[in-house]
Design a protein around this ligand. Sequence first.
Ligand SMILES: [Zn+2]
Length: 207
Amino acid sequence: MRKTFAAAAAALATLILAPLPLAAQGVKGGQGQAPALTADGACSAEQRTTIRRAFGDARQMTNASIASLTLEPEAIRPHLARFFGSNPAGAIAKNFRAISQGLDEREGRIAYECNRASACRGATFAYVRWGGNAREVMGFCPTFFSAGRTGQDSQGGIVIHEMSHLALGARDHAYQPRGAEALAKDDPAAAQMNADSYEYFAEFLPR
Ligand SMILES: [Zn+2]
């Protein structure tokens, strides 16, 4: 359920442990400049804007993936084989449609958390869990907010990963591009239900 990046752990620790510049300490001593992690995980207006933009990016990436799989299945075949092995284009397109529907239907009713200290350990990018009253919770951590908008582990791609858990019931069988590629070869059925496989298919989609 957690989207993590082991190599980012060191970077995150550095980020947190680095002493604040004097100017920043001054800001912190006044008001403003929230700490990186909070106990309640409440999202600021700025964080909500970033999440909304990431959902928009995820929509575009998902739509581009569906278009490639349905309109140019021959051209996309090597890319499909890289992340989904022998799975047919139609099956993966169908699952991307479910993710797309999840983005549309769930964005407004999910409960969001930002930088919640008890959940953002070990360089976790983001996570989903089920809160009270069966409400779906999607949480985002500092590494998500500092991620880029394109390429590997982008903000939009991370949202695709988390939405694949909610909309498809995808699991985390294997992480990272290498793990996803190995899973595609060794166990295509598991690849079809692996969150990172959808994320990387969309992030590395040939244009
Ligand atoms: Zn996950």
